[in-house]
Structure formats: C-alpha cells, structure tokens
Design a protein around this ligand. Structure first.
Ligand SMILES: N[C@@H](CC(=O)c1ccccc1NC=O)C(=O)O
Length: 308
C-alpha cells in the first residue's frame, strides 16, 4: 500500500530517536535472535570464509580479475561446470557498513548458483577509510561495466547486494552506463537488495559513520532514496525488476528503510516487489544463500531464469 512521504522527510521516525536508540537500530548484530551479537558476527565471517574456500576448491574460477587500475579494484569470477557464451551472471556486493568485509570471505551463494548454471562475480571495493562512498559507488559501477565488456554475450547481468552492499547495488539504478562506454545487458536486469540501507542520513548520526566522515551533502548524493524522492524523475527501466528483501528479525529501522525504498521505487514506476523473509535476522538472511533449498536462493534462481 503506497503511503505519502518517505524516509528523508522531516517527520521521519529516526529524527525523534535518542542517539542510543539510533545506534541500536543501526546495529544489526543487536537484533539477532538465535545467538549473541558477537557470535552472530563470528558465524557470519566463518560461513563466508568456508563458502569461499569451497567455491575456490572447484578450480572453476578466475580470481583477482582487475576491473580498474586501483590496487583494490579486483573481482573473483566463479563459473558453472557447463560454460557457454550465453551465461547469466550474478554480481554480488558484500556488506559491512562500507568499512568491513571482503570479496575473499563473501562467496556465500557461489556453490548453489554455479550448480544451476549461473556465473557469480564477487566484487572487491575500497572500504573506508581508504574508500569514500563516492569512490565505492564508482568502483562497483565499473565492476559491472567490466563484466559486460569481458562477457558481451552474457544472458543478463543481475546484481545482488547485502546491507551496505544493497545500497551500492541500488545506486546502480542511477548509473550513467553510456559514460562508461557500455550498455550492460541489464535489460533482463534483476536487482536483489537484501537488508539494505537506502537513506544514509540516519547513519551519519551513528558510530558507523566515523570512518566515512559523511556530510549531509555526501549522504544525500549517495542515497538512492533521496534521488528517487527529490531528484528529477529518472526514467524507470521497464525491463529491470527489483526485489527488495528484509529479514523478519532485522531492526524496525532496517524494515522501514526497505519498505520506504520499495514504495519510492513503485511511485517512480519501477517494477519492484517486496519480500519479508520469515524468521531470519540480518546475517542469516544472507548466509542461508549457501543452501540451494533456501527460499531466497530459489527466488533468485527462478527470477534469473524467468524469461523477461
Ligand atoms: N557493526 C555492525 C556490523 C554490520 O552491520 C554488518 C556486518 C557484516 C555484514 C553486514 C553488516 N551490516 C551492514 O553492512 C553491527 O554491529 O551489526
């Protein structure tokens, strides 16, 4: 149900929150239900590390492939057993509040997706303090362009991001591909945004902002929510389908971020849908992608192979 207004408005609930409450709402590890916060973060890293080792053990991968000149501008490409010209690609951007995480511990979904014929690209970007938000957005944009240039016969390039990575994936809706000399085969473009943040302003007022040093201007320029609500109408790409996903045990603010971004997309005529995944928290919603039978793994596979 569309409701007027959006997260950036003066009436946004986060503006009335104390500093402690805002900190709490934007610390996903404090909302996990089956384990303590520290254990959740440790488990997330362990599962990501194990999934990446398993993916690399197949030998069907190209590691540290450059997408730019920067030392950190590398991506790992994992291939299915049957490699053809017309492969679908899923490009993944990891989370970690733009200041933690790495491609080398983020190959969560590689095994189940390559087993079904999807090539998976895990992208590295310069996390803070080395990278700024603008730099990270520029890097992930160039990583997508690089996949298109390397595999022009692809059967569609689909993007998936988790948490801060979902923010980066959402920013691709605003990308100027012509400037990069490519028109990625995004016509069948699927965007899977998992437990993301789309209005960065509240994050500015939490300790997560420290290494990012984000000003209000930086936050707005890098907030897809702000662009959808305040910037001149950006034509929606009718071929692009955006799935906004949130875990049942994500914090109320993460729920609001996802719901309001979904509503803003619909108001701007984007083909968007919204899924709250039952009984998972901010980390389980992603690490369950190691399982081929997990509901989100199946949604991603079904959506990628759906004729657009
Ligand atoms: N400091 C955060 C960590 C966090 O949010 C996080 C960690 C790993 C992967 C994604 C995360 N969330 C946002 O990017 C917390 O306390 O939950």
């Amino acid at each position: 149900m569309d409701v007027p207004g959006g997260g950036g408005g003066r009436g946004a609930p986060w503006r009335k929150m104390s500093k402690e409450e805002l900190e709490n709402q934007y610390s996903p590890s404090r909302w996990v239900v089956r384990r303590g916060a520290e254990e959740a973060m440790r488990t997330y890293s362990q599962i990501g590390d194990e999934a990446t080792k398993k993916a690399r053990a197949t030998g069907r991968s190209l590691l540290d492939m450059p997408y730019g000149d920067g030392e950190g501008e590398k991506m790992d490409i994992y291939f299915p057993e049957e490699v053809s010209e017309a492969l679908p690609f899923l490009v993944f951007f990891h989370g970690g509040y733009w200041q933690s995480g790495s491609k080398d511990t983020s190959a969560f979904m590689v095994s189940p997706l390559t087993a079904q014929g999807v090539a998976v690209v895990i992208v590295a970007y310069d996390i803070a303090p080395k990278g700024t938000l603008d730099k990270m957005v520029d890097q992930v944009t160039r990583s997508v362009a690089s996949v298109q240039k390397r595999y022009p016969g692809n059967r569609g390039i689909h993007l998936c991001g988790h948490s801060a990575g979902a923010h980066l994936a959402a920013m691709m809706l605003l990308a100027n591909w012509t400037k990069l000399g490519v028109t990625p085969n995004l016509k069948g473009f699927r965007l899977f945004l998992v437990s993301g943040i789309y209005d960065l302003e509240p994050v500015m007022h939490t300790s997560e902002n420290a290494p990012l040093l984000v000003t209000l201007e930086d936050a707005r320029r890098n907030s897809p929510q702000w662009h959808l609500e305040m910037a001149p109408a950006q034509p929606a790409d009718p071929g692009c389908r955006i799935l906004v996903i949130v875990g049942q045990h994500d914090s109320p603010e993460f729920h609001r971020q996802s719901r309001e971004f979904y509503q803003a997309l619909r108001r701007r005529s984007w083909e968007a849908s919204f899924e709250e995944l039952r009984d998972v928290d901010h980390f389980e919603v992603l690490w369950n992608l190691t399982q081929k039978d997990y509901v989100l793994t199946q949604i991603i596979l079904k959506t990628i192979f759906q004729e657009s």
